[in-house]
Write a protein that binds this ligand. Structure first.
Ligand code: GTP
Ligand code: MG
Length: 280
């Protein structure tokens, strides 16, 4: 079909196909959530409602996009790992980033009242999104280790900081000054000796972040509903060709479910257990 004389402008749209056979990691991050969390009265250091809402939006994304096998979330960010061989939107970068970021954001807004029934949204939140490609399993593992190490560092700092302010009666300036130059062991010690808080006993949700893994579920044995006719001579069920084809198709589709964990994803144990996440 011939286009109008204006159609040439389409040629200015450049292809942005992502390299084939590489792992895609999509990371979304709340835009100016420092302000957003203040304006909506988020609990410090961790607001369970906000984290559960983030989890809900992330799970919705995984339900919609089966090529996402793993997701990791903390604070106002979420990372998603897509299969190396994904052909999602023909691997067009802008299409993937914009559509998935948009769906995540609308889920966040859509489900807001469920988690914040008494807090009306003051203004529409937004998230930025980016895709980073990784050539091998090593970088993918290190990427997720990097994000979880970040969760640990931030959460330990924030837990100590807000304990000093909320329970210790320090000003924020004083709390910053006390923590300046401290290492991990010192913060554990401050929490334990001053506030009887054993950091290792704090909810793993806050210490480890949220991990969604897609796992295959064992398909149930097909019920004997296929035997529509019975060959009385041999007393063996006769299965119609159509039913057989349907059953074959069903078998090829692997049923999966999405599990929420708050576990270590830095050590080998996780990657050994969920080795399928890196397969094609
Ligand atoms: P940009 O991402 O650069 O737009 O800035 P940002 O303000 O979103 O900061 P960043 O993404 O680096 O950090 C997220 C911020 O969200 C934190 O610094 C907190 O201020 C806020 N935040 C996230 N989760 C919580 C929470 O559970 N409780 C509270 N009180 N604040 C949170
Ligand atoms: Mg942010």
């Amino acid at each position: 079909m011939a286009g109008s004389k204006f159609a040439y402008v389409k040629k200015f749209e450049l292809p942005d196909t992502l390299l084939p056979s590489t792992f895609m990691v999509l990371r979304l991050d709340g835009h100016s959530f420092h302000r957003f969390s203040d304006q909506h009265g988020f609990v410090k250091p961790n607001d369970l409602r906000a984290l559960q809402l983030m989890d809900h939006a992330a799970k919705s994304l995984m339900e919609e996009y089966k090529d996402i096998g793993l997701a990791f979330g903390e604070s106002d960010e979420y990372s998603f790992l897509l299969r190396k061989s994904t052909a999602l939107y023909n691997r067009r970068q802008a299409k993937i980033v914009s559509t998935l970021t948009s769906l995540f954001t609308s889920c966040f807004v859509f489900h807001w009242p469920k988690y914040f029934p008494d807090v009306p949204l003051q203004y529409p939140p937004s998230f930025d999104g980016r895709i980073v490609l990784y050539p091998s399993q090593r970088e993918v593992r290190d990427y997720f280790a990097w994000r979880q190490a970040d969760t640990h560092i931030n959460n330990l700092y924030n837990t100590a900081f807000w304990a000093l302010v909320q329970q210790g009666g320090k000003t924020t300036t004083e709390a910053h000054a006390i923590l300046r130059g401290t290492v991990s062991k010192d913060k554990h010690e401050i929490l334990f000796s001053r506030f009887e808080i054993n950091y290792d006993k704090i909810d793993p949700r806050y210490r480890k972040g949220s991990v969604f893994v897609r796992v295959e579920t064992t398909p149930e044995e097909p019920a004997d509903e296929l035997s529509t006719n019975t060959d009385t001579a041999s007393a063996r069920p006769v299965v119609s060709e159509e039913s057989r084809r349907k059953e074959e198709k069903k078998k090829k589709k692997v049923a999966t479910q999405i599990e929420l964990l708050h576990c270590d994803i830095i050590r080998d144990e996780f990657w050994d257990k969920y080795a399928h996440l890196m397969r094609d």
